[in-house]
Design a protein around this ligand. Structure first.
Ligand SMILES: [Zn+2]
Ligand SMILES: [Zn+2]
Length: 364
């Protein structure tokens, strides 16, 4: 099967034939319909975060189950599924405390080193990325990396739910646990930020203040539920957020980009007792500096791993919200490319064009 291989950091992906194994115990083989291009892939392509190569990236993916290994009861061939990088073991303290997105035994979801690799090329192992590797015609994954969805859900839009939408939705409903009438600020209006805005709208937020430098994205934020938009080229975002909230600030501020300066602006935008939620990815050793004085009134800062998701509960709900016309994914899917043009897609992502591009495997 064809896959986009990362062989060298900073270089283009290379389309090559890769061999996929057969499903072993608890494994599922899925024909990929669509996989989204996410900034996280770009971070790894550039070597900002650790990864061994060659590897197949892609972690926002949906498709149709082709075959299941022994012991798989949750899925059968023909089921439609969305992948999630938050594969869970189901047995550790975090999984059993209702926090499977920070599962402590992810290793149990991989094959052992004495077993044949799931992915290989010319007889040599290829690194599977985040238990998924969706830039390929098929994936072979642990069943706990998949959520079943209604077959009526279009698979291209289902793919978006796999990372960006799940993360933004989860940041509001699970990490923040926003209550109706509370206010939010969202820094960054890409796929994750726009999903955060939509979740805040659906959860009944009072003020939803969107911050971005790009006027098109701000217009989309407004369309998807932002009550106020702020362009930092024109206004200081902290001043604007305080002004919109009677000088008090918001209950929750989300950094949907991954930038120390934005985390600081988020923190300064929260009201007493408010919480800054860091959704976006940064370098693992990146430092964030925050003024102590602002902590005195019990303001909080916290991480957010894929929106603290419980994805087998959340993803079918998100699909239903889309099919009921309450979650807008159509405007977020701004381009579709065949696998052979994946590097064009990443170049456009890097230039900040569009919201979400998918690799559509029906186009090859
Ligand atoms: Zn992602
Ligand atoms: Zn676990």
């Amino acid at each position: 099967m064809k896959a986009a291989l990362l062989k060298e950091f900073g270089a283009d992906l290379v389309i090559e034939d890769v061999t996929l194994g057969n499903p072993a115990h608890n494994e599922v083989r899925v024909q990929v319909a669509a996989t989204g291009l996410c900034h996280t892939d770009l971070h790894f392509m550039r070597g900002h975060l650790p990864l061994s190569v060659p590897a197949v990236l892609g972690h926002e993916t949906a498709g149709i189950v082709q075959a299941v290994g022994a012991g798989v009861n949750y899925l059968k061939p023909g089921d439609h599924v969305i992948g999630c990088l938050s594969a869970f073991c189901g047995c550790c303290d975090m999984c059993l405390s209702g926090r499977p997105s920070i599962c402590e035994d992810g290793d149990s979801l991989h094959r052992n080193s004495d077993e044949p690799p799931r992915l290989s090329s010319g007889g040599r192992p290829v690194q599977q990325f985040m238990n998924l590797s969706g830039f390929a015609e098929e994936i072979l994954v642990h069943e706990n990396a998949l959520s079943k969805v209604d077959t009526a859900m279009p698979l291209d839009r289902a793919a978006l739910i796999g990372c960006g939408v799940m993360t933004g939705w989860g940041a509001v409903t699970r990490t923040a646990q926003l209550r109706a009438g509370e206010s939010v600020a969202v820094f960054g209006c890409g796929a994750v930020g726009l999903s955060t805005i939509q979740a805040a709208r659906l959860a009944g937020a009072l003020n939803i203040i969107a911050v971005d430098l790009n006027v098109d994205r701000l217009a989309m934020a407004r369309k998807l539920g932002a009550t106020h938009i702020v362009n930092p080229k024109e206004t200081d975002p902290v001043d604007a957020i305080l002004a919109e909230t009677g000088g008090k600030g918001v209950e929750y501020a989300f950094d949907a980009v991954g930038n120390p300066k934005l985390v600081e602006q988020c923190f300064l935008s929260t009201r007493k007792g408010g919480t800054t939620i860091m959704i976006g990815l940064m370098g693992l050793d990146e430092k964030v500096a925050l003024p102590f004085g602002h902590f005195i009134a019990e303001r909080k800062v916290m991480g957010c791993d894929m929106g603290s998701n419980q994805f087998r509960v959340d993803m079918p709900r998100l699909a239903r919200l889309y099919m009921d016309g309450r979650l807008n994914l159509d405007d977020m899917l701004t381009d579709r490319l065949p696998l052979s043009r994946i590097n064009d897609g990443f170049a456009a992502l890097d230039r900040g064009e569009g919201i979400r591009t998918i690799i559509d495997f029906g186009l090859e």
